[in-house]
Write a protein that binds this ligand. Structure first.
Ligand SMILES: Nc1ncnc2c1ncn2[C@@H]1O[C@H](COP(=O)(O)OP(=O)(O)O)[C@@H](O)[C@H]1O
Ligand SMILES: [Mg+2]
Length: 359
């Protein structure tokens, strides 16, 4: 037993293939009922981590704890987790209803309960009208709904999904994301979801675990990671970031950190764990930039050249070039932009707390 309230405790799990490291030792506690996303580029170790939780791949080192019990050596079939992958792996010779009934029959539920549960679940994924079709008679999105139904129908306490929407077009993916969110809440499962798509992670997750190069970069709520990225990678992988490179130049009188850049000296927040040596970058989100001169304290200000104004639907994106050539984007309400011309030299400012310094 381990002393934890976590539903799932990933306790130093790692994976090597020969001398290649697919995943460095990883620690992660996942509370009951959470939807946690593993988000990272292709090859960052997401599938490897998920498969070690599922039991499909043995770990090189570390332990897996479920409800405080050591599950490291348990076989896949003993884990009873729900699995959904990109390739739906429906049984082609079974109807939709038979596919969804399969996990219940495996568990030897009485026929009346099987019938009821299948009907309920098909209704929840809006497939009740398709119960008697075969998988080949369904679209990709419908097939993936069957896979979701087949997973949720036996009410597993833990569900693992590896890029389940990867083969679907964008509109369908967005619908299915909301569906997964709804099903997750309704069934109160603990769910680990793998994706390389940051928007998908933002829509779905209670927390996001950002991965890169076989390791975890940051774990936090979507808001925490967006507003307080701890690494340059996390800042660039989630949302748009303005990045200004520089070196640490001591502490400002308000306790925040000074950074010296080719476009001037600025103040921002630095993480407690960061070191001061070497290259750093100041990260400012586009919606934090304001037009004009700063009035009063607590602002960073810079003079920039307006390179372009791009209309992006709800607002405008201003493309700015800072004195050292760094490009900044500013999001602005169209009303603020009238009167500006490409080529103008303008001042912009932002609150010092809105800038995050990362290494
Ligand atoms: N069976 C294997 N043998 C050797 N290398 C592997 C194997 N499985 C995965 N890898 C490597 O481990 C790394 C992480 O893979 P993976 O976990 O699948 O990444 P992701 O799911 O984030 O795209 C990749 O470089 C991949 O090529
Ligand atoms: Mg993968």
């Amino acid at each position: 037993m381990t002393d934890t309230n976590a539903k799932i405790r990933i306790d130093g799990l790692s994976k090597n293939y020969g001398d290649f490291t697919a995943l460095q030792p990883t620690h992660l506690d996942i509370p009951r009922g959470e939807l946690l996303t593993l988000l990272g580029p292709s090859g960052s170790g997401k599938t490897t981590l998920l498969q070690m939780v599922s039991g499909l791949t043995p770990a090189t080192s570390g332990r897996l704890w479920i409800d405080g019990a050591d599950w490291t050596g348990r076989a896949l079939h003993e884990r009873g987790m729900g699995l959904v992958f990109q390739h739906y792996a429906l049984f082609p010779h079974m109807t939709v209803a038979e596919n969804v009934a399969f996990p219940l029959k495996m568990r030897k539920l009485p026929d009346v309960d099987v019938k009821r549960r299948v009907a309920e679940t098909l209704e929840k994924v809006q497939l009740d009208a398709f119960a008697h079709r075969f998988p080949r008679e369904l679209s990709g999105g419908q097939q993936q709904r069957v896979a979701l139904a087949r997973c949720f129908v036996f009410r597993p306490e833990i569900i693992l999904m590896d890029e389940p929407l990867g083969a679907l077009d964008k509109a369908l993916r967005e619908t299915m994301q909301l569906e997964i969110r709804r099903l997750h809440r309704e069934f109160e499962t603990t769910l680990i979801y793998v994706t390389h798509d940051q928007e998908e992670a933002l829509v779905l997750s209670d927390r996001i675990c950002v991965m890169n190069h076989a390791r975890v970069e940051q774990v936090g709520t979507p808001h925490q990671i967006y507003s307080d990225p701890e690494t340059l990678f996390a800042a660039t992988f989630i949302g748009h970031s303005n990045i200004l490179k520089g070196r640490i130049d001591g502490v400002a009188n308000n306790g925040l950190t000074r950074i010296a850049t080719g476009s001037g000296n600025f103040v921002g927040r630095m993480g407690a764990r960061d070191t001061e040596a070497g290259e750093h970058a100041l990260i400012v989100r586009p919606e934090q930039l304001r037009l004009g001169s700063a009035n009063g304290e607590g602002m960073n200000e810079v003079t920039a050249r307006l390179r372009d104004i791009v209309y992006i639907g709800s607002d405008n994106r201003l493309i700015l070039s800072l004195p050292d050539g760094t490009e900044f984007n500013a999001r602005q309400d169209p009303a603020n932009v009238s009167g500006l011309n490409v080529g103008d030299e303008i001042k912009v400012h932002w609150p010092i707390e809105a800038g995050r310094i990362v290494s």
